[in-house]
Design a protein around this ligand. Structure first.
Ligand code: KIV
Length: 280
């Protein structure tokens, strides 16, 4: 059954946990979807794990549309959320609605995600009023990495925790259908989850959140440049891939691949006539 923002709201009301993973292409989206994951985020983390940038700041709306549309073609049941990249919504309410609209029209998003609290509430309201569901993102918001001075747990001081709780209430009032909580102390995430009426989706925010999300390359051990403390590696697919690539390299060089069963045939008489015509 297709997951929608209503499914997410109902899950919160029934106390059922929600699962989300990132994906950036058609084949992976199909695998994630087949596993029964509730939502796929086409995260701007694609800047790190797909494009090899050191942060998410260079990701463009075009990048998100390109990858988002591929994911949307592969996701039959999962809710597809596409991230709004850096400066595609912070600049003005007009830019926010225009770019969210492109992610929906061209990228086939069912919802968009943007980072920030009170300061982006006018954008959340306007995008939502245009009929585009918005997921908010609080805590460690990677597009503000330079302002934070690095990847650090957020909301640890009383003042920061108060601001995070207040932001959560404000984004809900502005119309957000869910909130991603990234790198937030577990007890604070629990308090936020109990305070707001919309689902919280945690990443490094403990297990009291209404749902969880991970970057799939982290979960599979495919991206190893940096592994945050909150990541659990569910499989070592990176090792499996490297081993398969090694074996392929070996078989190509020793000429055991391709074998007879991988070849296409041609009738001998065609070949004989061909060789004859070359010699003439
Ligand atoms: O871009 C992303 O993958 C994200 C998740 C880390 C929540 O925003």
């Amino acid at each position: 059954m297709k997951n929608t923002v209503t499914t997410f709201q109902q899950a919160k009301e029934k106390g059922e946990k929600l699962s989300m993973l990132t994906a950036y292409d058609y084949s992976t989206a199909k695998l994630v979807d087949r596993a029964g994951i509730n939502g796929i985020l086409v995260g701007d983390s694609l800047g790190n794990v797909i494009l090899g940038y050191e942060d998410t700041l260079s990701v463009t709306v075009e990048d998100m549309i390109h990858h988002g549309a591929a994911v949307a073609r592969g996701a039959k049941n999962a809710l597809v959320v596409i991230d709004m990249p850096f400066l595609s919504y912070q600049t003005s309410v007009y830019d926010a609605v225009t770019n969210a609209g492109r992610l929906m029209k061209e990228g086939r998003a069912q919802a968009v995600k943007l980072e920030g609290g009170e300061e982006v509430c006018p954008q959340i309201k306007a995008i939502t009023d245009a009929g585009i569901p918005v997921m908010a993102h609080l805590g460690l918001t990677p597009q503000s990495i330079n302002a934070f001075g690095g990847f650090k747990v957020q909301g640890k001081s009383e003042q920061a925790a108060k601001k995070l709780l207040s932001d959560a209430k404000k984004v809900e009032e502005a119309g957000a259908f869910a909130i991603t909580l990234e790198c937030v102390p577990a007890k604070l995430a629990k308090l936020v989850t109990e305070t707001v009426g919309i689902p919280t989706i945690g990443i490094g925010a403990g297990n009291a959140c209404d749902g969880q999300i991970l970057v799939y390359q982290d979960l599979l051990g495919v991206f190893t440049d940096f592994t945050p403390k909150f990541v659990k590696r569910f499989a070592n697919v990176g090792e499996v891939m490297t081993e398969a690539f090694r074996q392929y390299d070996k078989e190509v060089k020793e000429q055991s691949f391709p074998a007879k069963e991988h070849e296409y045939t041609i009738a001998d008489e065609v070949l004989e006539r061909l060789c004859g015509s070359i010699i003439e």
